[in-house]
Design a protein around this ligand. Structure first.
Ligand code: 13P
Length: 259
């Protein structure tokens, strides 16, 4: 495990926030705060409407662009949906798949998540697959079983070498609540996830990057990104202000140097 030499990644999930003008202003302010030399990959995931203009603004900056969702069909009569090739054309390299807000608020099923994941991989995007248990599931001692079942369902029929896959462990009770998981618990789940990935995908499973998400802030991020088992963080609320995201990236860079 300690031989894994992967770049840490900080992904910003803006959810349903920011106009195009606000997204562009963020990009300019963040660029002034971020050297790009620290070895941490930064992916900004704005709403669909800001993808293309933000992608244009980010060209040559070293910052990466991600979408928050995609549809599983290639193209056609699917009113309101957005296809993977459209995301690529808009400049996205990454896409969040199966976020708990989509699973729980919008009824996205394991089968939907699997189809979206496969489409993303097929079309050359880097999917950030979100998994995580609810509070009753954790309190009932089911957290590991739930997370492993979500992984199995999502990866069923997956190509055998998903070097492009990222998995974000986002306990539902930690999202937007200010109640982040204990780093030791997140570490334990990262190990459980990796073990499940290796059983599903063979040795390629070890290459999948595992992130933590849920009430990450500049003050607590190093507790996660400083450990070898965790390859980065998926950040919601604290990614909306440039200074806050820049501090999260800086703390991750410093934590990497310390290990
Ligand atoms: P918060 O960082 O606001 O808790 O959101 C986490 C999240 O859902 C990232 O995808």
């Amino acid at each position: 495990m300690s031989g894994r030499a992967v770049r840490k990644i900080i992904a910003a999930n803006w959810k349903m926030n920011k106009t195009v003008a606000e997204a562009l202003a963020f990009a300019d302010e963040f660029a002034a705060l971020w050297s790009g030399q620290g070895g941490v990959e930064v992916v900004i995931c704005p709403p669909f409407t800001a993808l293309y203009p933000l992608g244009q603004r980010l060209q040559g900056s070293g910052l990466l662009l991600g979408a928050q969702d995609l549809f599983w069909e290639e193209r056609g009569a699917f009113t309101g949906e957005v296809a993977a090739f459209m995301l690529r054309e808009a400049g996205a390299s990454h896409v969040i798949v199966g976020h708990s807000e989509r699973r729980h608020l919008l009824g996205e099923s394991d089968a939907d998540v699997r189809r979206k994941l496969q489409r993303a991989l097929q079309e050359g995007l880097y999917p950030i697959l979100c998994v995580g248990e609810t509070l009753p599931q954790r309190e009932g001692g089911e957290a590991e079983a739930v997370v492993c079942a979500q992984l199995r369902a999502a990866l069923q029929g997956c190509p055998p070498s998903p070097a492009r896959l990222l998995v974000a462990y986002e306990p539902v009770w930690a999202i937007g609540t200010g109640r982040n998981a204990e780093p030791a618990d997140a570490r334990h789940m990262a190990l459980v996830i990796r073990r499940e990935l290796e059983s599903l995908l063979g040795r390629a499973g070890a290459e999948v990057r595992v992130l933590y998400g849920g009430s990450v802030t500049p003050d607590n991020v190093a507790g996660y990104t400083g450990m070898v088992e965790m390859d980065g963080a998926l950040v919601g609320g604290a990614s909306l202000r440039p200074e806050s995201l820049a501090a999260i990236v800086r703390r991750t860079e410093e934590a990497g140097h310390a290990t």
